[in-house]
Write a protein that binds this ligand. Sequence first.
Ligand code: ADP
Length: 196
Amino acid sequence: MNLVLFGPPGAGKGTQAKILQEERGLPQLSTGDMLRAAIAAGTDLGKKCQAIMASGDLVPDEVVVGIIAERYDQPDCAKGAIFDGFPRTIPQAEALDAMLAKRNKKIDLVLELKVDDAVLVGRAENRVKQTVAAGGTPRPDDTPETVKNRLAVYYKNTAPLLAYYGKQGKVVSVDGMAPIAEVTKAIGAVLDGVKG
Ligand code: ADP
């Protein structure tokens, strides 16, 4: 199964993707994690993306489309994957559809995690506090101004994907404000329905 986890920044996509990866054996393909790994490794790609990510803007479509295509061709994606944080623009969604079609695959389901903006801003603040309390360095894009920009970018560029996938009849929404375990349960019920 090829699944897109969809929702605004801080909706809990990464948290749920990791649980799904464990429970369903589908790899989590997070473009955010891949880009952060490239930055940490100091690659040319990482250098190109660092400032863009810190500002909360989107890196160019061809960059993420390229890293996803390469990652998807790894053997662990043979039975599908969980796309987390990708696609984020209409051209990315079109490129993903084309990439999958070439491999006789398709997106089976788009799971939307619905969360109010005020909750999202609070979650980013908490993430910073918890990271600092644990002695770590917070993500540079979790500052209040950058979170606001990430939300604006989400509404402008990414939210239109709901209509794109809606036309394909693939979107199912889940309440992302429920406790983590309940969100997991709701997602599980949806996935079992799709499979069965
Ligand atoms: P979040 O979902 O919390 O915003 P991510 O880890 O998914 O965080 O993404 C962090 C940043 O990485 C984004 O703000 C953007 O700059 C970049 N990024 C990640 N995925 C994409 C993508 N598909 N297209 C463009 N930029 C992306």
